[in-house]
Write a protein of this length. Structure first.
Length: 366
């Protein structure tokens, strides 16, 4: 599980991307005056950019105060579904700034966004035959009728535009153009709500509650998980957010490889069936132990044990003595040796580019 802090710049951009009506603002003002003892964000902008400590408090109010929860649920505009389109769009448009490569929960799956270039789509619209267009449109909408495709082509021929968005303003074209646009950019990640939105709608639009994650972590595993336990303080809860500055998972949970009788073998790979991969807490009572268990990190990594074992064998063989000998007995200079090391282990590359299994490898390198 990876710590990820949204930058101030991203948070400012997010506040601008999500907009509310005057009525929404008025409703929020009325809501907060009902709970003067709770330190609630003064504005909706503050709410959607609230830090993890504030989000934890709000979540606990909602889980312990039925009146608060009931009143909050009346604020229908604060449900995720109301803004999900804008939120996904925000993540897609700012993907380079966000710079998130792997699922923040498991660090074993890449999350990405892929797209067909706009020019290529326009080219398709301007020159494609009926059958070519049909092939694409059927991917998005299998029930599409030949008649509406023909109609669409007639309109395309009459109105050539140089931007996809411009077609939306032409009467009768918007529906199919929207489908084409949704085909063009696809995101291969889920925006998980760290604190479940169904137990507290107030935190469902807050950026610090969003964890870009893979589908396994978001759907199948998360459904059985309950991050908040009765009696938990907002301080403890806050430390569990990967987006919290106090998130200390990386130090408190470490991967280790156990070999038979704890003897370092000459080859881990040869002893694969007797080796064990464990994810262990470094302190007693680590709050992250349950988190790791709920995402079944150890079980999921075990399946890939060949990766760390191969790495350990390389570390064993290509050790300091090996490189010292190489330095003394070859014509290679320092830089070349460094390059050779990096080519063997990929350590810098993995760290710099946030590759999968980054934590696993760095834990084992020590
Ligand atoms: Zn994941």
């Amino acid at each position: 599980m990876i710590k990820y802090i949204y930058s101030d710049y991203i948070i400012q951009k997010y506040k601008k991307a999500i907009t509310f009506t005057q009525q929404n603002h008025n409703d929020w003002d009325t809501f907060i005056t009902k709970f003067p003892n709770y330190n609630l964000p003064k504005t909706l902008e503050e709410l959607i950019s609230a830090n993890t400590e504030v989000l934890s408090s709000i979540y606990i109010y909602s889980n312990t105060d039925q009146y608060f929860q009931k009143e909050a649920e009346k604020l229908k505009f604060l449900y995720y579904d109301m803004k999900s389109g804008d939120i996904i769009k925000f993540f897609i448009e700012n993907r380079d700034l966000l710079n998130i490569s792997t699922c923040l929960y498991c660090n074993m799956t890449y999350v990405n966004i892929f797209e067909t270039k706009e020019e290529e789509i326009l080219d398709l619209l301007h020159t494609a035959s009926f059958n070519e267009l049909k092939t694409i449109l059927e991917i998005i909408d299998p029930s599409i009728e030949d008649k509406s495709i023909k109609n669409f082509i007639t309109k395309l021929n009459k109105n050539k535009k140089s931007r996809l968005e411009d077609y939306k303003n032409i009467s009768g074209m918007k529906t199919l153009i929207d489908k084409i646009i949704s085909y063009r950019v696809k995101q291969q990640f889920d925006i998980d709500h760290f604190l479940p939105k169904n137990k507290c709608n107030l935190i469902s639009l807050s950026i610090n509650n969003f964890i870009p994650s893979c589908q396994v972590c978001n759907s199948r595993i998360k459904s059985t998980r309950n991050v908040y336990r009765i009696g938990m303080t907002s301080k403890t809860l806050e430390c569990l957010f990967p987006t919290s500055p106090n998130y200390n998972y990386s130090n408190e949970m470490k991967f280790i490889i156990l070999s038979p009788n704890n003897v370092k073998p000459t080859s881990y790979v040869k002893l694969i069936s007797d080796c064990e991969l464990l994810l262990q807490p470094t302190t007693s009572n680590s709050v992250y132990q349950k988190e790791a268990l709920s995402f079944r990190i150890q079980d999921r990594y075990r399946y890939h044990i060949i990766e760390p074992l191969t790495y350990l064998d390389k570390l064993n063989h290509f050790n300091d003595t090996y490189f010292n000998n190489l330095k003394n007995n070859s014509n290679l200079n320092e830089d070349e040796i460094k390059f050779l090391k990096e080519s063997l282990f990929d350590d810098l590359f993995r760290l710099k580019n946030q590759r999968i299994f980054e934590k696993l490898y760095s834990d084992l390198s020590i």
